[in-house]
Write a protein that binds this ligand. Structure first.
Ligand SMILES: [Zn+2]
Ligand SMILES: [Zn+2]
Length: 387
């Protein structure tokens, strides 16, 4: 079964929706216009229920199949854009400086709408499909909020599936793996408190910049000397702010960064070690430190059986030679992780071809991928809800 004929027929219409959304990017939870567009389309297609305001601005459409089964599966897309200014110069480029669909959520939303249109037309399944459109994937935890709002229980969702485009993976290919596919992304801030003074008399000061520099280099030992080399951890210091004059040693230095891991034991170990290293270093040099550690998105964990279903469906559409079922995980974070913690399911990458990378001002979703994405959603729903 290659790309579904009807999905190919929908290509032009869905491309139009995709470009409409692309030109009107909205951030985090403030996706009101995108959510209204989605809800209007779902009603137009004849969805049995369209519920807005889940997880503040999330939308869920329910499409019931032919048959009396009470089973339901969830298919999820994200709707939010990023705070960056687009430089593609394309006719459908963002009309709002400082906002841009640079992660392809416009494409995810349009493809899931295309699948909803198809499923509402054909209803060739027994049970219900919940099409889930979430806000605030890019840092706000909108998916987590939808789960907390009781979405899974309310619609009886038993399995949940997600999809993300991947630049560099050719169009017409899929990539997935069982287990961790994206990282937990934790954030920390460190304030080193020393004692400022004259740059010519450093012995009368406690220099927070010299100590901060030790922290930067010593935290790299977490990956090289604390964590098992066969496991993954990334510690990146991304901010280091201190000082205001050439001849003054300041009182304080402020550092911040991120820790990314693929399993919870390594996650715990990295957090503990970071705190020990910082406290030990500042104590050794007579300073003190305040450490803030914020656990952000958890690991995106693909459940084995559901990953098997996803591989089977992708293989059905593009052939086994175009499905990498043992892809490397990415060290980025993904808010779909909360849905996968609530229900079994799987998150798959769909090829976006040779485009600029995600979060680049030159990025654009590749409309050539649309028919593949719609076909995957439709076949997945029909197979998981077969009689
Ligand atoms: Zn993103
Ligand atoms: Zn994204």
């Amino acid at each position: 079964m290659p790309i579904l004929n009807r999905a190919a027929e929908l290509q032009d219409e869905v491309t139009e929706w995709r470009r409409h959304i692309h030109a009107r990017p909205e951030l985090l939870f403030a996706v009101e216009n995108t959510a209204a567009f989605v809800a209007a389309k779902l009603k137009e297609f004849g969805a049995d229920e369209v519920v807005t305001g889940i997880g503040r601005t999330g939308v869920v459409g329910i499409i019931r199949g032919n048959g009396s089964s009470s089973r339901a599966i969830g298919l999820r897309a994200d709707m939010d854009a990023l705070p960056l200014t687009e430089i593609t110069g394309k006719p459908w480029a963002s009309t709002t400086p400082g906002k841009m669909h640079a992660c392809g959520h416009d494409g995810h939303t349009a493809m899931l709408l295309g699948a909803a249109k198809y499923l509402a037309e054909t209803r060739n399944f027994n049970g219900s499909v919940a099409v889930i459109f979430q806000p605030a994937e890019e840092g706000g935890g909108g998916g987590n909020l939808m789960v907390k709002d009781g979405m899974m229980e309310r619609f009886g969702i038993e399995e949940v599936y997600g999809m993300h485009n991947l630049p560099g993976l050719p169009v017409g290919k899929f990539a997935i793996r069982t287990g961790a596919i994206m990282a937990a992304t934790d954030e920390f801030t460190i304030t080193v408190r020393g004692r400022g003074g004259h740059a010519a008399m450093p012995h009368t000061t406690i220099d927070p910049i010299a100590i901060g520099a030790q922290i930067v280099s010593n935290l790299q030992l977490i990956s090289s000397r604390t964590v098992d080399p066969l496991r993954s951890v990334v510690v990146s210091i991304t901010k280091f702010n201190a000082g205001f004059a050439h001849n003054v040693i300041p009182n304080e230095a402020a550092l911040a960064g991120t820790v990314r891991t693929l399993d919870s034991a390594v996650r715990d170990l990295a957090e503990d070690r970071l705190k020990q290293v910082v406290q030990g270093l500042v104590a050794a040099h007579g300073a003190t430190a305040d450490i803030g550690f914020h656990r952000n998105y958890p690991v995106t964990y693909n459940h084995p059986a559901e990953t098997g279903h996803a591989v089977a469906v992708a293989t059905d559409i593009v052939g086994s030679q175009n499905v990498d079922a043992n892809a490397d995980p990415l060290m980025g974070g993904e808010d779909f992780s909360y849905m996968l913690n609530a229900r079994p399911g799987a998150f798959i990458f769909i090829g976006n071809g040779d485009t600029a990378g995600l979060h680049s001002p030159s990025y654009d979703f590749n409309d050539e991928a649309i028919a593949h994405g719609i076909s995957y959603w439709v076949r997945l729903a029909e197979q998981r809800l077969a009689d």
